[in-house]
Design a protein around this ligand. Sequence first.
Ligand code: C6P
Length: 404
Amino acid sequence: MQVYLDNNATTMVDPLVAQAMGPFFSEIYGNPNSLHKFGTASHPALKKAMDQVYKALNASDNDDIIFTSCATESNNWVLKSVYLDHIVNGDKNHIITTEIEHPSVYAACKALEEQGVKVTYLPVNHEGVVEAHVVKSFITDKTALVSVMWASNETGVINPIKEIGEICKEKGVLFHTDGVQAVGKIPVDLQDVHVDFLSMSAHKFHGPKGVGALYIKDSQPLSPLLNGGEHMGGRRSGTLNVPYIVAMGKAIELATTDIEEKIASIRAKRDRLEDALLELSDTFVVGDRENRTPNTILISIRGVEGEGMLWDLNNAQVGASTGSACASEDLQANTVMLAIGADNELAHTGIRLSLSRFTTDEEIDYTIEHFKKAVFRLRAISSSFAKVGPTPGGESKECELHFH
Ligand code: C6P
């Protein structure tokens, strides 16, 4: 058996999505901006895809949803264009973000700091949550933008986006959320929360890699990142990637139809896996279970290096990660765990397991068996852990951090 538990890094393309996009490669391949029938033939499918995204997010007709190449592009677009529009060509000089953002936000903020922008990186509490009152306390009349991720890719922890949105609205500050790990996993209702900009990426909800979108509330101005032709109303130039846009529409529709049932099913498997792994001694899961995306576990096993676990799991045909895929090669301590307050040793032990709606109960059983075997083997050979001294299968201890 092989088991894929790295769905926060990317997901399998749903066969129904692959089927929907197929004809747009070699049958309906015209440029949608062309006036002839080869071009216009794709218009109904593009309109349908757009409608599917609006419906899935409960966006209003006044809002814009602009297709991009990925969430990295969407995130960079917001940060760099808010910088241009409100800092270079305005009277603001401050952006608020968090210590736990994905590098496509974090590194973009670092780049803006080099241009002289003042950036505040907010801490999280010991549950991994960005607290709304902390956001509020850092907003000044110079703040141009608040950017807080909806859900963490590393821990699955969900931030209080509704509360933060209300604060930003009240203070007259733009609010961006990186919704990559929320869209398709938990209900996202843009009539219920006040969000000016929301980034998303299709490959996180069983669409293909290479297509994402940016939601822009009330179609408000935001300088384009890509200038060129007048594609997407001049907001994002470049010939439309028709098959991928069609795929994104189909994928978001499938992911969000009967989402509560999907959540219940994934959560039940995730919780069973989590309960079984917590039977191991000195194991800690980051974040309150009820306040996490239903598919995610970030588990720390005291005395067991994350990379060693990945190696053993990989040998057992189980694909997991030590955290964000784009940081998985640097062998550094997990930055999100450090932000939560884990010590350096513990921050080297995190394993992220992320399920999807395609994960089966048999796969969970298989993972439990091989995960435990790996921990026993690695603990047996870990001399540092011998000093700590717990026995395999013993009780899970409370650490200095109160992880769940
Ligand atoms: N996170 C992970 O292993 P792209 O690659 O542009 O489609 O998505 C980037 C991105 C942005 N924000 C969040 C919260 C994300 O999780 C990701 C992708 C993967 O966690 C790959 S690094």
